[in-house]
Ligand binder design. Structure first.
Ligand SMILES: [Zn+2]
Length: 245
């Protein structure tokens, strides 16, 4: 009797909800340092620290979180988006730090959030993409703007990427009180090929005399991770509401 009841309950149980999957990409790594801070710290170390904090915060929301690298290792740019595709991620977030063309001591500071486009929003956005794209290990036919245009054919992902970018950007500006440098678009190799909502965050300027030091401090990194997680939660809530309509 009890066994029959248990079997009936098991049959009636709803199928498990698939986990919400986030792939977090700590920019650079291994032989690729990224930008150097005013204190001489490589961008790859700071993005890794923030990625680990972000992972914990997203897991508290019930997400399954995968990092594109677990340690200080070289991972080619297309491989990072390929990991997100293989994990069937709901979203892909690439973490980076900005550096002003003037180098250490430059006055530029604040947050920029990017999603993919073949054409950059402006010359400054184009320069950011060129700097981040310089990590590409091998060049090939997929490195052309044409390849990026092909990836852009999925307009649904692009619209979701735009919504995700605005949700995270708003949360970051509020959560860190950093200057708002806007949501922009540019041709980033790390975003091309990702078959889900995908954004690249420039979380502050390591070249700024004050901001460059703050970005290496636990308090600022906690604030950044908390804000990104809040932005993801806001985007997820809005997407679920839209899906329910
Ligand atoms: Zn970077």
């Amino acid at each position: 009797m009890i066994a029959a009841l248990a079997a009936a309950l098991l049959l009636a149980a709803p199928p498990p909800t698939p986990a919400f999957v986030v792939v977090v990409d700590p920019g650079h790594g291994g032989e690729k340092d990224g930008a150097l801070s005013v204190e001489g710290r490589p961008e790859k170390d700071i993005t890794m620290q923030i990625a680990r904090l972000l992972k914990k915060k997203l897991e508290k929301q019930g997400a399954r979180v995968v990092l594109t690298r677990a340690k200080d290792e070289t991972v080619d740019l297309p491989r990072r988006a390929a990991i997100a595709n293989a994990e069937e991620a709901d979203l892909f977030v690439s973490l980076h730090l900005n550096s002003a063309p003037g180098g250490p001591g430059s006055k530029a500071r604040g947050i920029e959030t990017y999603f993919l486009s073949a054409d950059a929003t402006d010359a400054a956005a184009s320069a950011v993409a060129a700097r981040e794209n310089a990590d590409r290990l091998r060049t090939g036919p997929t490195d052309t703007i044409g390849g990026i245009l092909e990836d852009l054919e999925d307009q649904a992902n692009l619209a979701e990427s735009s919504r995700l970018a605005h949700a995270i950007h708003g949360a970051l500006v509020r959560g860190t009180r950093s200057p708002d440098r806007g949501v922009k678009q540019a041709p980033f190799h790390v975003l091309a090929g990702a078959r889900m909502a995908a954004v690249l965050l420039e979380l502050g300027f390591v070249s700024h005399p004050v901001e460059g030091k703050e970005l290496a401090r636990p308090a600022r990194q906690e604030a950044i991770a908390g804000a990104v997680a809040a932005g993801v939660a806001a985007w997820r809530k809005a997407s679920n509401t839209a899906a329910a309509r």
